[in-house]
Design a binder for this molecule. Sequence first.
Ligand code: ZN
Length: 194
Amino acid sequence: MSKFYFRYGAMGSGKTIDLLKVAYNYKERGQKVVIFTAKIDNRYEVGKVTTRIGIQSDAITFDNDTNFYRYIKSLDKKPDCVLVDEAQFLSRKHVMQLSDVVDMLEIPVICYGLRSDFRLNFFEGAKALMEVADKIEEIKTICECGKKATVNMRLVNGIPTTSGAQILIGGNDSYKAVCRKCYKKLTHHVAGIY
Ligand SMILES: [Zn+2]
């Protein structure tokens, strides 16, 4: 039986490297994969999944109008696996379509993405995947202090911040994976009065 996977991890945890490794393994066996990535991700070329170490692959971009189920169903040669990068940007509707790819077309789907934003709120896609996926797996990475990094701290001009929209496109922001404790320290998080 095919399964629906959500592999989540903070920035820099190697999610895309894992995705490309899975794609490579399928192709090596002579099987077909379809790779999707979010149109919103303009860090690199549109229509490519790219890692920080430079390995990349062509990908189909998705946006709000994408119907994953219809797209896969319409293909003459069905893939043996569907891979989705930047899955935090999926809508709940997208996640249900991908679950239909698993259930109706019997094709495994593996989604890779962030769990929460720089304010520790769920991304819509991550929340829906946590609710719906069969297997939820964490790809771990380490904070500077040695603890597990779970938070994507936003930096604007190198300074940690907790303000701004959930998604910034083309801004001068960057992100750093840290543990929750370091996040509080570095963003001068004001704790409640106990
Ligand atoms: Zn830390």
